[in-house]
Design a protein around this ligand. Structure first.
Ligand code: F6R
Length: 613
């Protein structure tokens, strides 16, 4: 959730580190800090608030500007409030070891007592500071080098970490290690960069090494050595980052979220590319390899995820049961991991995750793996932990998603689920004719998304009329019920308007009591078998003076009689409708947040990648 950057090379480190932090700010942004080696000392600055506050603090720190070796961190608080004392880096007692850390040291209370008993004095409320003291304790008592002290300390730790450590006594060395929190090393010419996320270093190099759990690297300006925490040498492969800097920048849009909403036609094309074979009228998913046979035979699929990805899982339940006729369940990852689930032989567990690093999803996956399930990942970030720990998987190819509110990754999750469902359906029972109908319709989805995006200005104007209301409802049925949930989540997370999503028929069983004069109710009502039913629900809302924004199929003029506003989406087969109906949800949320003056890309209290429980 926080962000780490490190630099070892010949450039001025502070420039590289601050730029890297800015690119990582979406991961956590309540405080930040930087530490640079200069003349045998560790010079640092920390600030609460945004990276710009830290940048200002560097104006009076010429030693920091001069250094060519350093570490930096942007924080999203877990232990201790977001203030300067709790910002990273943290130091040992003598101030000669500096550490930045992502993750959580679960046994920090025990380790802190150990350090207190040894006479260490603490200056923050964080779990991280304990690790700095522990490394210092070993460094000054027994260890022959910084890396050995780090190894000894990490062996005592339970929890998760991605760390970067430097020491004034070994001024040319940076030690990094990971367990459960992402860390990569960029290999440039005459320089190494360290980051918790590729976006921080892509400006400098596309050659990276992905660290695995329990691995450590010892980096100097001229060399890099990788070992396990138990000091067994590990040979690592240099891989290439596929994303470009341009892809990571805002590309002229006011916010990353808007850019990412508008990228959807393109990323859906990319996600379908090479997989949707219209010549032979079939689906090809290379990432599934030999596992396809097991998938075809499975008697149960469990989809597990969190938040928006969980909503994608709910759509997946409809897709896998409807198109592939495989019994499917969807589980919040945080519930699945703790409820001792029954995972019968042959069950396939699919984890959905944009980041591939969400702690609960990863833990659910490991639980499923330990119980003998075949595990698959539907993941965006290549080389992420979930991608690496699953038996097989399909990447989203949505490109980097920087806006905290997930949009294009969600749409691509639906694309990948649809492809898997069609592939399995065809192999199990689906006729060639039906398969062809769906595949052709899927190929048309990017153009249809473009048609919806063309209404963005009209949606912005319409939303302006509703944004003063603090309570909204979102109603949908069947395939569009998860989209109602997603619409409500998008609205609340970025505009702070309270919103609830419901299967429309459930409204009568309680929530209808909420409807009052002028309350906005978004009804997702495209043409399908439940159209008449949802029109009935719309009438119930109108009778209680709620205001209706309907999402309807192009050409449906009848709905204008019931709705105050209508956003039209092109027609398509029912299982593909969520790919279109979600677009107005995203635009409504975005324009509502902008109209209310909210920071769309960095909503309060949220971080992009939730790598702690
Ligand atoms: C909401 C949102 C979150 C994520 C959730 C899972 O817009 O982005 O609800 O969907 O935290 O994240 P990933 O997909 O990275 O596992």
């Amino acid at each position: 959730m926080c962000g780490i950057v490190g630099y070892v090379g010949r450039k001025k480190a502070s420039g590289v580190l601050i730029e890297g932090l800015k690119r990582l700010e979406y991961r956590g942004y309540d405080s930040s800090g930087i530490c640079v080696q200069h003349g045998g000392s560790l010079v640092f600055r920390k600030r609460a608030g945004r990276i710009s506050a830290l940048e200002e603090a560097l104006a009076d720190a010429p030693e920091i500007a001069a250094g060519t070796f350093g570490i930096a961190h942007t924080r999203w608080a877990t232990h201790g409030e977001p203030n300067e004392a709790n910002a990273h880096p943290h130091f040992d007692d003598d101030g000669d070891i500096a550490l930045v850390h992502n993750g959580i040291i679960e046994n920090y209370a025990t380790l802190k007592q150990f350090c207190l008993d040894k006479g260490h004095v603490f200056h923050s409320d964080t779990d991280t500071e304990v690790l700095a003291h522990l490394i210092g304790e070993f460094y000054h008592d027994g260890a022959s080098s910084l890396e050995e002290a780090v190894q000894l300390a990490l062996r005592e730790v339970s929890g998760t970490y991605g760390i970067a450590v430097m020491c004034s006594g070994e001024p040319d060395k940076l030690v990094v290690a990971r367990k459960g929190s992402p860390l990569i090393i960029g290999v440039g010419s005459d320089e190494y960069l360290v980051a918790s996320d590729a976006s921080a270093i892509i400006e400098h190099t596309v050659n990276v090494i992905y660290m695995n759990d329990n691995e450590m690297a010892v980096i100097t300006p001229d060399s890099m050595r990788t070992v396990t925490i138990d000091n067994v040498p590990v040979t690592k492969e240099i891989q290439q980052i596929e994303w470009s800097l341009e892809q990571i920048a805002k590309g002229g849009f006011e916010h990353f979220m808007l850019k990412e909403i508008f990228e959807q036609p393109e990323v859906v094309r990319t996600s379908l590319g090479g997989r949707l074979d219209l010549r032979d009228m079939r689906v090809q998913l290379g990432g599934l390899g030999e596992i396809v046979r097991d998938l075809v035979k499975t008697h149960k699929i469990i989809l597990t995820a969190c938040g928006t990805a969980w909503h994608a899982g709910l759509v997946g339940e409809y897709l896998f049961e409807d198109l592939a006729r495989i019994p499917t369940e969807v589980e919040y990852a945080s519930e699945f991991r703790y409820r001792n689930p029954i995972v019968e032989e042959g069950t396939v567990v699919i984890a959905l995750s944009q980041s591939g690093e969400t702690a609960d999803t990863l833990a659910a996956l490991r639980e499923a793996h330990d119980k003998g399930a075949l595990t698959l990942g539907i993941v965006n970030v290549v080389g992420s932990t979930i991608a690496r720990e699953t038996d097989a998987g399909v990447y989203l190819h949505a490109g980097p998603e920087i806006g905290v509110a997930s949009t294009k990754a969600f749409t691509c999750q639906l694309v990948v689920e649809t492809l898997i469902a069609l592939m399995l359906g065809r192999r199990r029972f689906m006729s060639q004719q039906s398969t062809e109908r769906y595949l052709k319709a899927l190929a048309e989805i990017p153009d249809k998304i473009e048609r919806i995006l063309a209404q963005a200005d009209a949606i912005r104007e319409m939303v302006a009329d509703y944004v003063d209301h603090d309570n909204w409802l979102f109603l949908g049925r069947g395939y569009n019920y998860p989209i109602a949930l997603e619409g409500a989540l998008k609205l609340k997370e970025i505009s702070y308007i309270h919103a609830e999503g419901l299967p429309a028929a459930e409204m009568k069983h309680g929530p209808i009591a909420l409807i009052s004069d002028g309350m906005p109710v978004v009804c997702i009502a495209p043409r399908n078998a439940t159209y008449a039913k949802i029109v009935g629900n719309i009438e119930e809302v109108r009778a209680r003076k709620g205001r209706i924004i309907a999402i309807a199929t192009e050409g449906d003029e009848q709905i204008e009689k019931y709705a105050d506003n209508v956003i039209y989406v092109p027609d398509c087969p029912v299982p593909l409708q969520p790919l279109l109906t979600v677009i107005p949800m995203q635009l409504i949320a975005y324009y509502a947040a902008v109209a209310r003056g909210c920071n769309v890309d960095k909503p309060r209290n949220l971080a992009k990648s939730v790598t702690v429980e």
